[in-house]
Design a protein around this ligand. Structure first.
Ligand SMILES: Cc1ncc(COP(=O)(O)O)c(C=O)c1O
Length: 410
């Protein structure tokens, strides 16, 4: 394949030990990156180094190990701040992932601020984790959930959003890039319009954070949530950015150690940001290793990664369209490197199983976006999603694999 200027994909692949394995006797072709990305050696090593070298609980200890662990933990916060362009580390809260970030905001902000008749706007493209927490808090507070429709290609209809927006709108929670289709939403326009009516905005960055340059100050979003495991980092850790003034006005999400300043039986005062939102012993090892993932991405350069992924996306789209009976869902210009497709008369699950027999990992089903699938009139799709280590040869393998699937099942 053509190597992108500045990126040697083969040497990048060598940094991911799992890519050397075989599945069903065939070389692994991993095209399920939107579900979770693989981990480079630097991330895996960071986990081992922490457990083997300076495992200790953080913040309260005065011994050497505790100090080393605290320093490494807080170093990730600073790197995360830079990664998304936040102005201060007080605005960076460690969570378990995107899901926990959204739940934190829905319950903490929502419980204190929503009242009967208030409206929350989401879109048809949302992952279940950006639907259900809002349904729960809306039901609790008597608020209403409004949903922005999409076109037949899954594009957010901005005019419909403007139509839904009113003085009743208190919160807008929107996915940046759809995990099911890859389409990118016009988040900046949405944020500005929502602010004009006094509403706050959360951006679900689970899929965008790995592909797009993120600057939360330029976006001017009030919250931005994403997961470590989709940015080449470990599972079980994520970041919630919140604007300092908004976070300061919010109540803690959970009570416990670490988030307090003073506890007595007559009452408790809470710790400063960001610790107010980090009750209990956090996921120290995975937070520490997440720094290695951010450094890995920054070291390669997001622009160079995006260019490579764009080449893969363009090539894959054109090749897949050569397969008779294959339809790409969400075939739009402005998208991240995710391709969802259906094959006439063949169930996505059968496609997934038969590709797996050839060593090719794709995701099939509703992708935790059942309302979107319902809107598009399908039960699910097959989805190939690309990361920096994928190659043109792997796309060729997918296309050959799909021709075989067709031959077997038609
Ligand atoms: C767009 C989107 N939002 C939210 C999530 C939830 O992320 P997590 O399961 O890491 O909390 C995902 C995961 O697939 C996603 O793709």
């Amino acid at each position: 394949m053509t190597l992108q200027k500045g990126l040697d994909i083969y040497s990048i692949r060598n940094q991911f030990p799992i890519l050397a394995r075989e599945v069903k006797g065939k070389p692994l072709v991993y095209l399920d990156n939107a579900a979770t990305s693989q981990k480079p050696t630097v991330v895996i090593d960071a986990l081992t180094e922490y457990y083997a070298g300076f495992n200790a609980n953080i913040h309260r200890g005065i011994h050497t190990l505790a100090e080393e662990a605290t320093a490494a933990f807080e170093a990730t916060r600073e790197t995360a701040r830079q990664f998304i362009g936040a102005s201060s580390t007080e605005e960076i809260i460690f969570t378990r992932g995107t899901t926990e970030g959204i739940n934190l905001v829905a319950s903490s902000w929502g419980r204190a601020n929503l009242k009967p008749g208030d409206e929350i706007i989401i879109s048809t493209l949302e992952h279940h984790s950006n639907i259900v927490p809002w349904q729960m808090i809306a039901a609790e507070k008597g608020a209403l959930l409004k949903v922005v429709p999409v076109t037949d290609e899954g594009e957010f209809i901005y005019e419909a959003f403007e139509h839904l927006l009113s003085a009743k709108t208190k919160f807008v929670s929107l996915v940046h890039a759809s995990n099911a289709l890859g389409v990118i939403n016009p988040v900046k326009k949405v944020i500005d319009a929502a602010h004009a009516v006094g509403a706050l905005v959360l951006i679900d960055g689970a899929q965008s954070s790995v592909h797009l340059d993120i600057n939360v100050q330029e976006l001017d979003c009030d919250f931005f949530a994403f997961s470590g495991h989709k940015v080449y980092g470990p599972t079980g850790v994520g970041i919630l950015f919140g604007k300092r003034a908004v976070l300061e006005a919010m109540n803690p999400y959970q009570g416990g150690g670490e988030m307090i300043r003073e506890v007595s039986f007559s009452g408790t005062t809470f710790n400063d940001l960001p610790y107010k939102f980090e009750a209990g012993t956090p996921n120290i090892a995975d937070v520490i290793a997440l720094k290695a993932a951010f450094d890995f991405i920054t070291g390669l350069g997001k622009a160079a990664i995006a260019q490579h992924e764009h080449t893969l996306l363009t090539y894959a789209s054109s090749q897949l369209k050569e397969i008779p009976g294959l339809r790409i869902i969400g075939d739009v210009e402005n998208k991240v490197s995710v391709i969802s497709f259906i094959l006439d008369g063949i169930h996505p699950q059968d496609i997934g199983i038969l590709l797996d027999n050839q060593g090719i990992a794709v995701r099939t089903g509703h992708h935790c976006t059942q309302p979107l699938m319902h809107r598009l009139g399908i039960s699910g799709t097959s989805r190939a999603s690309f990361a920096v280590y994928n190659t043109i040869e792997e796309i060729d393998a997918l296309v050959i694999g799909l021709f075989k699937v067709k031959k077997m099942l038609s």
